[in-house]
Design a binder for this molecule. Sequence first.
Ligand SMILES: C[S@@+](CC[C@H](N)C(=O)[O-])C[C@H]1O[C@@H](n2cnc3c(N)ncnc32)[C@H](O)[C@@H]1O
Length: 253
Amino acid sequence: MSSADALPSPLIARLPPALAALLAHLPGLALAALLIASGLDVAAVAYPVLVGLSAAALAAFWKLPVWWRWINLFFVPALYLGLSAELDSRWFLAGFLVLVLTSLGAVGTRVPLYLSSRRAAEELAQRLPPGGSLCDLGCGLGGPLARVRALRPDARLSGVEAAPLNWLVARLRLAGRAEIRLGNLWDADLSGHDLVYAYLSPAPMAKLWEKARAEMKPGSLFVSNTFPVPDLSFDEEIELRDLSHSRLLIRRM
Ligand SMILES: C[S@@+](CC[C@H](N)C(=O)[O-])C[C@H]1O[C@@H](n2cnc3c(N)ncnc32)[C@H](O)[C@@H]1O
């Protein structure tokens, strides 16, 4: 299933995915409350597992993007474990800080961090002309750029990333091999690149296409991993057959 597939219920489709994922917990919570009220002799750990499983199943049924199913599966059980382990509250603060430092881009662009597969990077490397320039918009931890660098030593590589921790990892990983900038992808100049790659979310795609159309040079390639642009047909679509069933959508400018 592609992350961009339509949701089955129009009501759910109109909700932000995070809210739909949260709502998916309600049936499991209601069932757990009923079981507790019935006085059945059930081990306490069974309740969070039940809620996690049902929330993940409902997220899958609603065709929420794959990462929400995993988040739903583990969210309540992790909460239960954290609370029953009576963790020092500083661990929660540390977790929150890591989340902020890795997901700052998600605030404005509604794009969290998840990673391209190796296959995606291999396809990009194949499509780059000799000595060509590739830019990864929202380059995350630098995985695709590192893979392309290994396959295409001739390429000129760059990336822009909004979340400080992701940027730092990418920058250290690719030091001297790619130009990694901390900043907002909307400020990036796309005019000099032969291939612009984006693995973002449905939210920014219409605006990103406007930017690409205005700035990218004729003959260059705009490649979106998984997320289409509304009302735009792509020249090529490649199923990557990776774990998240992603696909590359390629448009020649
Ligand atoms: C889905 S991840 C993809 C990471 C990497 N490109 C990959 O394919 O493995 C999207 C990344 O875009 C970053 N991001 C989101 N909005 C951004 C923005 N406005 N400017 C720069 N980076 C952004 C996020 O922080 C995240 O690291």
